[in-house]
Design a protein around this ligand. Structure first.
Ligand SMILES: Cc1cc2nc3c(=O)[nH]c(=O)nc-3n(C[C@H](O)[C@H](O)[C@H](O)COP(=O)(O)OP(=O)(O)OC[C@H]3O[C@@H](n4cnc5c(N)ncnc54)[C@H](O)[C@@H]3O)c2cc1C
Ligand SMILES: NC(=O)c1ccc[n+]([C@@H]2O[C@H](COP(=O)([O-])OP(=O)(O)OC[C@H]3O[C@@H](n4cnc5c(N)ncnc54)[C@H](O)[C@@H]3O)[C@@H](O)[C@H]2O)c1
Length: 444
């Protein structure tokens, strides 16, 4: 039996943030990982996806400048792009584990499960800790349809040796829309199929509509209100069937219909940890129904979006909580969300739908940016922002942005909102011109 102050299950962004923070505060910490050290984000999530997106973005910028100074649209060489991605991801697990070793943090590779006495089994090892942190993340959900066994997931997409000429994505959430943008840019015919009329439902629906229009213009077959009911092999391809009897043949079908918490191996029933279908139930201190077991990251049942910076924020919060008496409940700052692609959709702070419902409190500046200098310069085909302003303070409290530059604009606005800056503060700052940052002056 090995004894620790804190045992952390899951070596992704949430678990690692907690591990390094608690170790720095003098705690004797152990981390357990069953698969790839580093977790989803750097191995099969954000980072590999964004490497593929680099080529997508470059192609999008080149397309926009055809007839405006550039000729010839660059084509994506999938094998070379995948090699570039692998050159990055292959180093992640060993590099992450090496970092733990170098810091002197105990690490165990294997699947962790609890015993009824509250100790943890990892292969042949038995660990005991005063407190535990569960950071086991989420995994792709496979919808229950005929031929479920033929469905692939984002894990396989982000490591495909060869991209089929035709693919089908089942679900138009973050993952489905981003993979559609990548496959479309790389030359595949993409069917993006969503079961209801509200894809990316957490985002401003006008801007989601604009984004889907852009995908359609680029050749993506977007099907809303369409239920895929069966997938069956057909020669070396697959036949897809919908509830209305529509069928088509496609190279591969990917389930992009959401993710589900990774709990199965843990035997949480043995240690009285309450869960829902959305993950581990926690109080404001990220403490589960077992007061010695905490949870962070994607595996937590909470309303905040499941993103890497949120997992890291929670990990750092537990560093405080587990080393300080009477720490307050977690308070999240505003959280930016970005759907990447040639056209990016980003959102932050008070949602436009909430602002529309409270016209006495908020005004919305709905600005078509397409003809603004920053976007004309790069010939961005469609750029729009909705800025939510609190009428009482005249300060920006939220925004929804659609453009090829939305990821940058949303981070500038994050800085403005998080620091409660007003237009006077913005105008008092001299920013390099002409840049996206200097546009901030004109948003309110
Ligand atoms: C395709 C894709 C793209 C994404 N893009 C972005 C993006 O652009 N920006 C962004 O902010 N977020 C993005 N995300 C979300 C982001 O990856 C997650 O929010 C983040 O990884 C959550 O971190 P985590 O530590 O909670 O979980 P994870 O990173 O999932 O880590 C959990 C770890 O726990 C391990 N584990 C599970 N069970 C056990 C067990 N019993 N014993 C031991 N170990 C166990 C797992 O193997 C895993 O390594 C993306 C996700 C996907 C799938
Ligand atoms: N850029 C980013 O930051 C980024 C990228 C990818 C993932 N993520 C994170 O990972 C999480 C999971 O992403 P996701 O896209 O897997 O989930 P999601 O919940 O964002 O989207 C899944 C979508 O699939 C739909 N769906 C469910 N069942 C379906 C079915 N049978 N047929 C068709 N559609 C169906 C759902 O209505 C939903 O809109 C996100 O919520 C986000 O927090 C973030």
């Amino acid at each position: 039996m090995q004894e620790f102050d804190i045992g952390i299950i899951g070596g992704g962004p949430g678990g690692l943030a907690a591990a390094y923070g608690l170790h720095a505060r003098g705690m004797n910490v152990a981390v357990v990982e069953k698969d790839l050290w580093g977790g989803t984000c750097p191995n099969r999530g954000c980072d590999p996806k964004k490497i593929l997106m680099a080529a997508v973005e470059a192609q999008g910028h080149s397309e926009a400048l055809q007839g405006h100074g550039l000729t010839g649209v660059p084509q994506i060489d999938w094998s070379a792009l995948m090699a570039a991605k692998r050159a990055y991801t292959q180093k992640i697990p060993s590099g992450t584990q090496g970092g733990l070793e170098a810091a002197g943090i105990a690490n165990f590779h294997g699947t962790a499960s609890f015993n009824a006495d509250g100790t943890l089994i990892v292969g042949d090892e038995q660990l005991n800790a005063a407190n535990w942190i569960i950071a086991t993340g989420q995994e792709p959900r496979l919808p229950k349809i005929d031929g479920q066994e033929w469905l692939r997931t984002s894990n396989e997409f982000l490591d495909l040796d060869k991209l089929p000429q035709d693919i089908t994505l089942m679900g138009a959430g973050f993952v489905g829309v981003e993979l559609a943008a990548i496959a479309n840019a790389a030359g595949s015919r993409v069917h993006l199929v969503h079961h209801n009329a509200r894809p990316l439902r957490a985002f401003d629906q006008d801007l989601v509509g604009d984004l889907l229009d852009r995908l359609r213009e680029n050749g993506v077959d977007v099907k809303l209100d369409t239920d895929i009911t069966a997938v069956a092999p057909a020669d070396d391809q697959y036949q897809v069937t919908t509830a209305t009897g529509e069928t088509w043949t496609t190279g591969l079908v990917f389930a992009t219909a959401g993710r589900t918490p990774v709990l199965a191996d843990l035997h949480l029933d043995r240690v009285d940890v309450a869960t829902t279908t959305h993950g581990i139930t926690v109080n404001g201190r990220l403490q589960s129904s077992n007061h010695h077991i905490f949870a962070v990251g994607d595996v937590v049942d909470r309303p905040q979006p499941k993103l890497t910076p949120v997992a890291g924020f929670e990990g750092r919060y537990l560093t405080e909580t587990l080393t300080t008496c009477d720490s307050p409940a977690i308070q999240y700052p505003v959280i930016p969300a970005v759907v990447y692609g040639k056209t990016q959709l980003a959102q932050l702070g008070v949602p436009t739908v909430q602002a529309e419902a409270q016209p006495e409190k908020y005004k919305i500046n709905d600005l078509d940016l397409t003809h603004w200098y920053s976007y004309q310069r790069i010939q961005d085909p469609h750029a729009r922002i909705k800025v939510v302003v609190d009428k009482a303070t005249n300060k920006i409290v939220g925004a929804a942005v659609l453009s090829s530059e939305a990821e940058q604009v949303i981070n500038y606005l994050d800085f403005v909102i998080s620091n409660q800056l007003g237009m006077d503060d913005i105008n008092a700052t001299i920013m390099a011109y002409p840049t996206l940052a200097s546009d901030l002056t004109y948003f309110n």
